[in-house]
Ligand binder design. Structure first.
Ligand SMILES: [Zn+2]
Length: 272
């Protein structure tokens, strides 16, 4: 039986939708964590991260799947280090409890990492920004207030947010180089990548997302730590950029007490 044209279009649309959803799930995870079967796009900085309605799947989602295979993240953002070295990145801080602990751990192991800072947290804890810089870590702008929708806003608004955040970081650590921008949730758009580039910041996505911010109901801290360790160990390969959070995630810091020595045995760890 021949299907009418409209029905064919509908079926094609559904196929694109399915591929698109698969692409989203693929983009942020690596093969070992596919069993987790959730899109691995990062979420906001608050400890409670309400589920957000998914944007309607589109050709963009398909493109994301294709580009993820080439090692390029959404809107051309960076997923890999470009060498065999692995890079650790810590988002959403600085946090008065967790950031000093991760800094101490990294110093003990002589490891440099990248910190993606949220402007309003920088304003509360400028001394921690100075410590991050003094220890030789790389800085990354992560917006003023962790705006997941920033990429959809007009260029002037994107620029204003990034400039305010850069200014607060430089107020804390005068002259500090801010090499990267990371869109909250990894929600990069061509607009946000272009503005970041015009301000001298590369757009930083990731290859490995252990979803350390996701605390399913009933999961114990020990189970959470084990999960983060397992996901990072299983999914990290040469050249990977690993995403984690130093804001309000004590179990992440605990997991890295195991992960840093484990990773160091296998990879050179680099600041980007
Ligand atoms: Zn974030």
């Amino acid at each position: 039986m021949r299907l009418p044209q409209s029905r064919k279009l509908l079926l094609f649309g559904l196929a694109v939708l399915m591929v698109g959803l698969a692409g989203r799930a693929f983009a942020g995870t690596t093969p070992g964590s596919r069993t987790d079967a959730k899109p691995a796009v990062s979420a906001p900085s608050a400890t409670k991260r309400p589920a957000k309605p998914k944007p309607s799947p589109s050709k963009k989602a398909v493109a994301r799947k294709v580009s993820a295979r080439k090692g390029v993240g959404p809107a051309g953002s960076r997923m890999t280090t470009g060498t065999k070295a692995v890079a650790l990145t810590f988002d959403d801080g600085p946090d008065p409890k967790q950031t000093p602990q991760i800094l101490k751990l990294l110093a003990q192991h002589h490891v440099h990492a990248t910190f993606c800072l949220v402007g309003r947290n920088v304003r509360k804890h400028p001394e921690l920004v100075r410590q991050i810089v003094a220890a030789g870590h790389t800085l990354c702008n992560h917006t003023w207030g962790h705006d997941l929708e920033l990429g959809k806003k007009p260029a002037a608004q994107i620029r204003a947010d990034m400039a305010r955040t850069d200014a607060e970081i430089r107020k804390a650590a005068p002259g500090a180089k801010i090499k990267y921008f990371r869109a909250p949730g990894g929600n990069f758009t061509p607009g946000v990548v272009a503005v970041a580039g015009s301000m001298g910041m590369g757009s930083l996505y990731w290859k490995v997302d252990p979803r350390d911010w996701d605390h399913p109901k009933g999961e114990t801290p020990a189970q959470h730590r084990a999960k983060v360790i397992r996901r990072v160990e299983h999914n990290t390969h040469a050249g990977a950029i690993v995403l984690s959070h130093d804001y309000a995630q004590p179990d992440t810091i605990a997991a890295y007490r195991t992960l840093v020595p484990w990773l160091k045995k296998r990879y050179a760890l680099t600041a980007l």
